[in-house]
Design a protein around this ligand. Structure first.
Ligand SMILES: [Zn+2]
Ligand SMILES: [Zn+2]
Length: 463
């Protein structure tokens, strides 16, 4: 997109969010009414016609051109190279360098990225970064210019085709206004997109292998469509497809397929959590060519101060999400009754009831062995002889040191607590192995028995 006209330069030095009210988001949403919804009555006025032409006519020219133009392999390889060249202008330049300041680039590298980024025809650096910073600050809200909650089409391209119903939330770009490279690009933006996006990719194939027409169609027009939709996928696909390994509060997601089509911007869940990290992918085997490019530039002395978020904090996010998943598993399982929920039974009553059904006392709990006598791996006789008795010693190694699985199963057969039979406190004989580590919400931890899934055994304090 060509850059829309910028407002007066008078306020460029003052951060635009310096004097906003503390309740800015709510204040803006309640005081500024959005434009009426886009519909059949207003579409002619409310379409952004310049963007419509650029985004719809380019692919049509490209497809028609491709039908009538032979693709030579030199042009094919050059088009791929040029796709990465202009794409990196956006991902390594516009996005990670300028929108997020995730590293420092030398002046030659900044010019290189500003020129390459102009070839992607996505607006000037300043305009692009202003929208992107608003996207990060107001993710998934009405003030997010590419709000993913408005659907895949809207976040991919719809937000550019129609005039926004609301202005994006305020985001400061005064740091960028001071940058001479960004000012230079802003000033010469229009000729620059013509030269970088169309003239150079026509000229090079013409001069070196005499394929001006192929260069124009494939490395110019069609390559531009690919770069457009590749980078648009960061706002659509990366907020729609994949996992949330670091946080699930908002829509950004991690997926290899998104990374593949966006030159490595597909680890978007990580990126929204740690936006100032120069990486999107944190594992060496994950596909993030933008990260590799920045790293190589650092080795060449062109980039420096590559920011990396502390690993300890990154791991915290991952652990939180892992615990959430484990808690879901925990909640899907059936657990033994808590001693507070069981009837307290006297020794006499235990004796009496044990005459009617096979009750066995272990660790202060009375268990009902009905349906299990014949299933007992050690044979029914060992259970039968313990009916109405205390089998604690025999169960815990006296006769056989039972497995953890056996202890877990035993706890499921609890039907009562022997009066005066519970030990003080909790020990390994009372708490089955499956309950010694538990996931509990922090507000369940204040009382050990606040919930049936929150034990206080001093080990499993997670939440
Ligand atoms: Zn995003
Ligand atoms: Zn970003």
């Amino acid at each position: 997109m060509p850059a829309p006209k910028q407002k007066s330069k008078v306020n460029d030095d003052i951060p635009s969010d310096l004097n906003i009210p503390d309740n800015y988001v709510q204040h803006t949403l309640t005081t500024q009414k959005p434009l009426p919804p886009f519909n059949w009555a207003n579409w002619r006025d409310d379409l952004n016609w310049l963007n419509v032409v650029i985004l719809c006519v380019t692919p049509v020219i490209g497809l028609i051109g491709a039908l009538f133009t032979k693709l030579r392999w030199e042009t094919f390889l050059f088009s791929i190279f040029y796709y990465f060249f202009t794409g990196l202008g956006i991902t390594a330049g516009y996005h990670r360098l300028w929108a997020h300041r995730s590293y420092n680039a030398s002046i030659p590298m900044q010019y290189f990225l500003a020129i390459a980024g102009a070839g992607a025809v996505e607006g000037s650096i300043k305009w692009w970064c202003r929208g992107h910073r608003a996207h990060h600050r107001y993710t998934d809200t009405e003030l997010d210019p590419y709000n993913a909650h408005k659907g895949f089409f809207y976040s991919h391209i719809g937000w550019m085709l129609m005039k926004p119903r609301r202005k994006p939330g305020v985001a400061d770009v005064s740091d960028l206004s001071k940058n001479p490279v960004i000012r230079w690009q802003h000033r010469h933006y229009l000729p620059m997109i013509l030269i970088v996006s169309f003239i150079i990719p026509t000229l090079i194939p013409w001069l070196f292998w005499n394929d001006a027409r192929g260069g124009y169609v494939y490395a110019g027009v069609l390559r531009l469509c690919f770069v457009h939709h590749s980078t648009f996928c960061v706002n659509s696909l990366a907020h729609w497809l994949g996992e949330t390994p670091f946080d699930d509060k908002h829509t950004p997601r991690d997926h290899f397929a998104t990374a593949l089509v966006t030159i490595g911007e597909g680890y978007h869940n990580f990126h929204h959590q740690f936006p100032m990290d120069y990486r999107n992918a944190i594992r060496w085997y994950q596909y993030d060519p933008t990260k590799w490019f920045i790293w190589v530039c650092q080795q060449l002395g062109l980039a420096s101060h590559l920011k990396v978020f502390p690993e300890n904090e990154v791991r915290k996010g991952q652990l939180t999400m892992e615990l959430k998943k484990l808690k879901e598993t925990q909640e899907r399982l059936a657990w033994p009754s808590d001693s507070n929920d069981l009837p307290v039974i006297s020794w006499e009553s235990y004796q009496e009831q044990a005459l009617k059904r096979p009750l066995i006392l272990i660790s202060g709990f009375i268990h009902d062995a009905t349906n299990f006598i014949d299933e007992h791996p050690g044979g029914p006789h060992l259970l039968i002889k313990m009916i109405g008795k205390d089998a604690t010693t025999a169960f815990f190694g006296g006769v056989y040191d039972h497995s953890n699985a056996a202890h877990n199963l035993l706890a499921m057969k609890r039907v009562g607590v022997l009066h005066g039979g519970m030990r003080q406190g909790l020990d390994d004989k009372v708490v089955p192995p499956s309950q010694r580590l538990k996931i509990a919400r922090y507000n369940e931890l204040s009382s050990p028995y606040a919930s049936s899934t929150a034990y206080s055994d001093g080990e499993g304090m997670l939440g």
